[in-house]
Design a protein around this ligand. Structure first.
Ligand code: MN
Ligand code: MN
Length: 469
């Protein structure tokens, strides 16, 4: 070995050493990364909506011995409990060996993703074609949602209290749906419009049929024929759409991307990639953890964490409060000693858009450099950020380094170029020390997002480190 120059030694001693994760992991860990991601892809394929994610999470949790948290039940260290929030969110916990007045270790992710929701009165006919009207959910670039195959998932809640699950497009041989776009031959005027205006929200109408009802002289024969199919199959009538939640989501499954299969392309990485990491870390936890571990999979993050199933809901406080009640510990005493890793995706530096100057290269998250920590998110002068304290960031640096987790520090983008939020501020507002961390994503909020397998695994490892404390 050649001797290092004084400059080299100084450089290694004093300066930040950034390394591509693949240069750091050994063959065993590489295999663990690829194996982990097979489970993640299965989670994505099952969990195309928040309700589907909850259903699949329940399956996995029950198989691992989790039971519903009931008031009045006795909980011993190692007890595994969960509570579902109206079918759209779920909290899980493993009771630790130390009392709850020592706080809990929390990971908070969201399982809702940007999509197109059906309107309350969705079905109509125009020029003998039947369509469903949609209202987009979350921040989407509308032009990305035309001319792709879509499937429909959701529920219709009937007046008699029954709930009918709707799923068209998820089984082999199912029909799919799509939204049309103008042909380029006639698209000259459209092409001159700004991207954000070329596809108006009210043109996101899903094509669902074209065959008129036979032997009928009335109007809307295509619409009527579609409604008859829905009635025959599901027993629903047009007014039943009023109490339905049906989401149009991309009809493609998660796939490996790249000759080297190092990436995953899929719909809904934001934020199921962190949700699965946190869940899997909890399920894989061996023995009884020191502190009680709480895994939150929340809904409605994409529209501000509002509502009964969002992170601002006191559903979380009720859940942890009920845990605390078993040990006669006041909730506030527990929360002030708790720690939360707000696990949500961040923007990956995209060299294709370097010219847009929306990234700041010294403070961007890079693909394959590990889980991205964010001291703050927000926009402009950090507006809307919870801005974790220096001491807390130091704690997490130590925690992740000690557990061999590859991580990087990042901002979501350059200052004044936009911004984003997560559930972090709502956890911090509860007097919980909170830091953002998550997988860097290419094409975030697109119908087909891309993440690195190594970063997915490191987020799982980070969640495990948090639970181990
Ligand atoms: Mn997110
Ligand atoms: Mn998002």
């Amino acid at each position: 070995m050649e001797e290092k120059t004084a400059g080299q030694q100084l450089r290694e001693a004093l300066l930040t050493q950034r390394k591509n994760g693949w240069d750091v992991v050994d063959e065993t860990r590489s295999q663990a990364i690829f194996d982990y991601c097979e489970g993640y892809k299965a989670f994505l394929n099952r969990g195309k909506t928040e309700r589907c994610c909850v259903d699949y999470t329940l399956e996995l949790a029950q198989a691992a011995g989790f039971v519903p948290l009931e008031r009045g039940m006795e909980l011993h260290p190692g007890a595994k409990v969960y509570r579902v929030n109206r079918g759209r969110g779920i909290n899980l916990a493993i009771v630790g060996s130390v009392p709850l007045d020592q706080g809990v270790s929390i990971t908070a992710s969201h399982i809702d993703s940007p999509r197109l929701d059906l309107k309350p009165t969705p079905l109509y006919e125009d020029n003998e074609l039947a369509f469903l009207k949609t209202h987009y959910y979350g921040g989407i670039k509308k032009y990305q949602w035309v001319t792709i195959p879509l499937e429909l998932r959701g529920v219709v809640a009937m007046k008699d209290g029954t709930v009918k699950p709707i799923s068209v497009g998820s089984y082999p041989g199912d029909p799919l749906f799509t939204i049309s776009d103008l042909l380029p031959h006639l698209g000259a005027e459209q092409a001159k419009k700004p991207l954000g205006e070329a596809i108006p929200a009210e043109s996101l109408n899903i094509l669902v049929g074209s065959r008129p009802l036979k032997d009928d002289e009335g109007s809307d024969r295509v619409k009527l024929a579609v409604m008859k199919l829905l009635y025959d199959h599901y027993g629903i009538r047009e007014p039943d759409f009023i109490s339905a939640e049906i989401e149009a989501v991309p009809a493609f499954n998660a796939v490996d991307i790249g000759f080297d299969r190092s990436l995953i392309g899929a719909y809904g990485h934001d934020d199921r990639v962190c949700g699965y990491a946190a869940l899997k870390a909890l399920l894989d936890l061996e023995g009884v953890p020191m502190r009680t571990c709480v895994c939150v999979l929340a809904d409605k993050e994409e529209i501000g964490s509002e509502g009964v199933s969002g992170m601002q809901s006191t559903f979380f406080d009720t859940f942890v409060g009920d845990l605390c009640a078993t040990q006669k510990v006041p909730l506030r005493v527990c929360l002030e000693k708790s720690f939360c890793l707000s696990t949500d995706v961040t923007a990956a530096y995209d060299p294709n858009f370097a010219a847009n100057l929306v990234y700041e290269k010294h403070n961007s998250a890079y693909v394959n450099y590990g889980v991205g920590l964010c001291k703050y998110t927000g926009a402009r002068g950090k507006s809307g950020a919870s801005d974790a304290g220096a001491e807390l960031v130091a704690y997490v640096r130590r925690l992740l380094d000690d557990q061999g987790v590859l991580w990087q520090m990042a901002e979501l983008g350059a200052a004044d170029k936009g911004g984003g939020g997560t559930v972090a501020c709502y956890m911090a507002n509860r007097n919980i020390d909170t830091l953002d961390a998550g997988v860097p994503v290419l094409s975030m909020h697109a119908p087909f997002e891309v993440v690195s397998k190594l970063d997915c695994y490191m987020t799982y490892a980070a969640c495990k480190a948090v639970y181990k404390g």
